[in-house]
Design a binder for this molecule. Structure first.
Ligand SMILES: CC(=O)SCCNC(=O)CCNC(=O)[C@H](O)C(C)(C)COP(=O)(O)OP(=O)(O)OC[C@H]1O[C@@H](n2cnc3c(N)ncnc32)[C@H](O)[C@@H]1OP(=O)(O)O
Ligand SMILES: O=C([O-])CC(=O)C(=O)O
Length: 370
């Protein structure tokens, strides 16, 4: 058997949801640049789930349904109050999404229409979970979801208690579009592996959240902000980056398994970081990021991925760094659920093989003789 470590280059399944060909990312055949510049996130959700752009009435209906399902059960809200205030929000999200299954009488019903409604419910409730926990850990009461603000606007509203500016809302909406799906990335693959056993959608999404948490995947956006804060000032960039590279440590937010000549999403986030930095009157994180980008390219030939500039974008939007990965999940859940539904529609158990490299011909030794 030949082993493809990390499954590099292995084509594991067919999908009609998103593709990466020659460095170009498309959702259902639409270039990500086009969607990022023109679409609302809810249109992208519809596109991922239904395979086409919505008409106005369909978009309005999706927004209405998302608003309708945004609340979480009181018992889960009470549980959020009990969790340690220093719990990682990704751990809280993973646990609460898992718990949601127990409050959905149809959790185990595997039917296309019911699964679509589960995708709506999961997408609608994740922002409420993230914002409620963030406020509770700060000693504030959760802000209930407000209908009519849109998905991005409602998140920012529940986080701060204030209706966001149009600029903040548009920037955040665009960031959500850029993170919504990405072919067979690790967390999506995880979701499909779970769905491939015909486990319910809540199980698949809980598993995906666990996979996204790692710093080699979605957790990198938080790690980028930690790095920027650790470096502190532009003068320290060179020695910090050189030190990391000499010790053969990874620079967070750089490199990619598929893109070898740059991630097409990064340029949008870079421009957003520049604009938001100017608007809030603090270009430091953007300027430092730009310098790190040049240096890492010069030293290692590596380009930034989606996580690199999203760190400064979210910071400029006033969001705490440990919420960055939950925000990634809040967008990516739309892609995960689209993939889970695609998996159910034409399922086969996902079960690769492993090349055994362990000991052989061992004989059992009684415990008192070992
Ligand atoms: C949303 C996302 O998930 S995007 C990715 C987010 N993750 C990160 O930003 C973490 C940092 N990046 C990485 O760890 C990697 O680039 C990954 C995990 C994204 C991809 O990993 P792989 O495809 O397995 O690439 P691999 O780790 O084999 O890297 C190939 C070479 O580039 C180097 N390299 C890759 N990324 C980096 C990096 N960020 N910093 C320094 N060197 C790097 C590796 O050390 C290796 O060098 P070598 O050949 O001299 O040993
Ligand atoms: O595709 C990957 O390996 C990681 C990634 O960029 C994503 O999930 O957005």
């Amino acid at each position: 058997m030949t082993v493809a470590k990390g499954l590099e280059g292995v084509v594991a399944l067919e999908s009609k949801i998103s593709s990466i060909v020659d460095g170009v990312l498309t959702y259902r055949g639409f270039n990500i640049d086009d969607l990022a510049d023109h679409a609302q996130f809810e249109e992208v959700i519809f596109l991922l789930w239904k395979g086409r752009l919505p008409k106005q009435a369909e978009l309005d209906e999706l927004k209405r349904t998302l608003d309708e399902h945004a609340s979480i059960p009181d018992v889960l809200l009470e549980q959020l109050r009990q969790y340690p205030k220093d719990a990682h929000p990704m751990a809280v999200l993973r646990t609460t999404v898992s718990a949601l299954a127990m409050f959905d009488p149809d959790a185990d019903k595997n039917d296309p229409e019911v699964n679509y409604l589960k995708a709506v419910k999961l997408t609608a409730k994740i922002p409420t979970i993230i914002t409620a926990f963030d406020r509770l850990r700060k000693g504030l009461e959760p802000v209930a979801p407000k209908a009519g603000l849109g998905f991005a606007g409602n998140f920012l509203y529940m986080l701060t208690g204030k209706e966001p500016t149009e600029v903040a809302k548009r920037a955040f909406d665009k960031a959500l579009t850029l993170h919504a799906d990405h072919e067979l990335n690790a967390s999506t693959f995880t979701a499909r592996v779970a769905a491939g056993t015909l486990a319910d959608m809540y199980s698949a999404i809980t598993a995906a959240i666990g996979a996204l948490k790692g710093p080699l995947h979605g957790g990198a956006n938080e790690a980028v902000m930690r790095m920027l804060e650790e470096i502190q000032t532009p003068e320290r960039i060179e020695s910090y980056i050189n030190g990391k590279l000499e010790r053969k440590e990874k620079i967070m937010g750089f490199g990619h398994r598929v893109y070898k000549d740059g991630d097409p999403r990064a340029k949008h986030l870079k421009e957003m970081s520049r604009q938001l930095g100017e608007q809030v009157g603090n270009t430091k994180w953007f300027e430092m990021s730009k310098q790190i980008e040049s240096l890492v390219y010069e030293k290692k030939g590596l380009k930034p991925n989606v996580d690199f500039y999203s760190a400064s974008v979210y910071t400029y939007l006033g969001i705490d760094k440990d919420l960055f990965t939950p925000i990634f999940a809040m967008s990516r859940v739309t892609g995960w659920t689209a993939h889970v539904m695609e998996q159910y529609a034409d399922n086969r158990l996902i079960r690769p093989r492993a090349e055994y490299t362990g000991l052989t011909n061992q004989s059992y030794v009684p415990i008192d003789k070992r």
